[in-house]
Design a protein around this ligand. Structure first.
Ligand code: FES
Length: 110
């Protein structure tokens, strides 16, 4: 993996502190909460909707489509989608990426 510059810190702030960004073949949800930056695969494991709605207090992101909730720190799904209650929860986590701000740019280790 290698650090990739994806957009400016100002652009992230202008977007309200969270945004889904396409980098090569990936779509990654990036969120800044306080001084900490989080990056998580933005493609929901349920039926592939793009995340989502940031919860700054819980450090989670909710899928727009059916409400699955993922932990920004670990990628674990902590609330399942309402339409598939029997789907194995352990198969629904998302990959997380290291993220940093470097000289005013958001960079992801991808
Ligand atoms: S696609 Fe995300 S919960 Fe269904």
């Amino acid at each position: 993996m290698a650090w990739r510059r994806v957009f400016s810190e100002k652009a992230l702030e202008a977007a309200g502190g969270s945004v889904a960004v396409k980098v090569d073949d990936k779509v990654i949800f990036v969120a800044k909460v306080g001084d900490k930056l989080y990056a998580i695969d933005a493609v929901c494991t349920h039926v592939k909707c793009i995340l989502g709605s940031l919860d700054r207090e819980r450090l989670t992101v909710r899928c727009w489509c059916h409400g699955a909730v993922f932990d920004l720190r670990s990628g674990s799904m902590i609330e399942p989608p309402s339409v598939a209650p029997n789907f194995p929860k352990e198969k629904m986590g998302l990959r997380v990426f290291n993220a940093r701000i470097n000289n005013g740019w958001v960079e992801l280790d991808i």
